[in-house]
Design a protein around this ligand. Structure first.
Ligand code: PLP
Length: 406
């Protein structure tokens, strides 16, 4: 039976200081103690419910953390100033100098750059593998490997990771499975499928307003506490904690996540099916033609659909750029990176969000220069959107009466 994350989030109930229907915002960087002893105990990590300093924790961050823990069904969750703040904290908490990571070869460009370039400083190395080939994943594990890292649905190629099988593998080798579930909140309950640590960029669907960057780590109580440890917690010491005002604002937006995800998924499925009928090179996990369709179908929560992301390959970067500019002029959405906004967002990952990946590697992955990634919006009349998109493609010669010309 699927995990009813949306119900759990809806069941959370807080009262503001004066009985408000929203919890009061903790607008303080520091907190008073009535006794010096309690302050000491709190620094030692022994006083539950006491706050010491907002880089460590704050009531507003705990409320959002609780909602994130409900989303994934984990014991606990911490919230961070960005998705990268969450990801880097997890990796640096788990790895020491000289350690090794096995990671999917298709992941967000910033995560790729962190693993491939930045972590060189600490002699932490990463083997990038095809996450859908369990044999290759296992073969890459060495005695120094500290985790398997992947995205549940990958950015930008929308590869689907078989989380239960990966979890069997990580358990066998005694290491955590770390999953970035940014592309598929509610649709995939990553922790319920075997992930030990789930990271999110809340910047995307969860906040849904494209008005901030934010992140979260959902995991066991012990791991979340370790990230906040005043002596050696990567979250606490590297300082990527979320601001309280922002936590309050993300929490309010999160309450409509279940409605938004359903609509994003419905709209994306509709467009993907139409584009496929038109003969376009469309990739969407909800299409039977998608290589990860069966895996996704076996592990998703059907009421939330296959997600709001799809890709179209229009043959060349010039064509992709021309089409995106035209679609923006036609008010179909924005030529912008990111995802999860109410308007459709489109970008060519090869020259934007995946530009950190060298061209040769992009080609080896199947990330072509003509690929456009769409985060489909909440359009009320998606058929009208389809007709306008189709007209744009016809105008540029990408499509002619159902025949692809590129
Ligand atoms: N994970 C994925 C899958 C992403 O797409 C992104 C950003 O695009 C991130 C993590 C990083 O998140 P943030 O931009 O909030 O730091």
């Amino acid at each position: 039976m699927s995990y009813k994350a949306s119900d759990k989030i809806q069941d959370l109930q807080y009262f503001g200081e004066f009985g408000g229907v929203n919890p009061s915002i903790s607008d303080s960087s520091t907190y008073t103690f009535l006794s010096a002893k309690t302050m000491f105990d709190t620094f030692e990590g022994n006083t539950e419910g006491c706050y010491l300093y907002s880089r460590h924790s704050s009531p507003s961050n705990l409320y959002l953390g609780e909602a994130m823990a409900q989303l994934e069904g984990t014991e606990s969750a911490n919230v961070y100033a960005s998705g990268m703040g969450a990801i880097s904290a997890v990796i640096l908490q788990l790895c020491n100098a000289g350690d090794h990571i096995v990671c999917s070869r298709t992941i967000y460009g910033g995560t790729y750059a962190l693993l491939k370039n930045f972590l060189k400083k600490f002699n932490i190395t990463t083997s990038f593998v095809d996450i859908t080939k369990l044999d290759s994943v296992e073969a890459a594990i060495t005695p120094k490997t500290k985790m398997i890292y992947c995205e549940a649905v990958s950015n930008p190629l929308l590869e689907v990771a078989d989380l239960p099988s990966l979890s069997v593998l990580t358990k066998k080798h005694g290491m955590p499975l770390v999953v970035d579930n940014t592309f598929s909140p509610l649709s995939i309950s990553a922790a319920k499928l075997g992930a030990d640590i789930v990271v999110h960029s809340l910047t995307k669907f969860i906040n849904g307003s494209s008005d901030c960057v934010a992140g979260a780590v959902c995991a066991s109580k012990d791991f979340c506490l370790s990230l906040k440890d005043v002596n050696d917690g990567a979250g606490m010491l590297l300082g990527s904690t979320m601001d309280s005002l922002r936590a309050a604002s993300v929490l309010k937006n999160m309450r409509t996540l279940h409605i938004r995800i359903k609509k994003h998924s419905q709209n994306a499925l509709y467009l993907a099916q139409q584009f496929e009928k038109d003969g376009l090179t469309v990739v969407y996990p909800g299409l039977k033609s998608h290589s990860g369709h069966e895996t996704m179908t076996s592990q998703f929560n059907p009421e939330f659909g296959y997600g709001g992301l799809l890709t179209l390959d229009v043959g060349s970067l010039d064509m992709a750029n021309a089409l995106m500019e035209l679609m923006q002029r036609e008010k179909l959405g924005y030529l912008a990176v990111s995802l999860g906004f109410y308007k459709t967002l489109f970008s060519a990952p090869g020259t934007s969000t995946s530009s950190e990946i060298p061209l040769q590697e992009q080609e080896a992955l199947g990330l072509s220069q003509g690929l456009i990634r769409f985060s489909i919006g909440l359009d009320n009349d998606i058929h009208k959107t389809y007709l306008t998109m189709r007209a744009c493609m016809e105008r540029l010669g990408v499509l002619q009466t159902g025949k692809v010309l590129v």
